[in-house]
Design a binder for this molecule. Sequence first.
Ligand code: CUA
Length: 122
Amino acid sequence: MNYLKKFLIIAILALVVPVAVRGADPAAPESGKVIKITAKKFEYNPNKITLKKGVPVTLEFTSLDRLHGFSCPDLGIRGDILPGKGLKIQFTPQKAGTFPFHCDIFCGEGHENMTGEFIVTE
Ligand code: CUA
């Protein structure tokens, strides 16, 4: 295997593994895993979130700067992410697929690009 290939695999793992580890937070309530997401102009981090169909999850949003929105119409969830207060959404994805989400409160020049997606697996 050439060096570049090896490097790419390690780089991808470095991006994916921390999300998986964070999702397995032992302090999480038994109602499901907790996923922490930060919001700032103009991105969510992480912005690709993998969930399992039928498994309850808690999304914990924190804003690093100002008021942002969070909306995922396909999954029927939305809320306001208030600085200093955050936003908690508990839900259970009921269908598999890829579902985009976006900021739905105007927050500046790059507002339209503040997006992400859920990947719900069977
Ligand atoms: Cu963040 Cu609009």
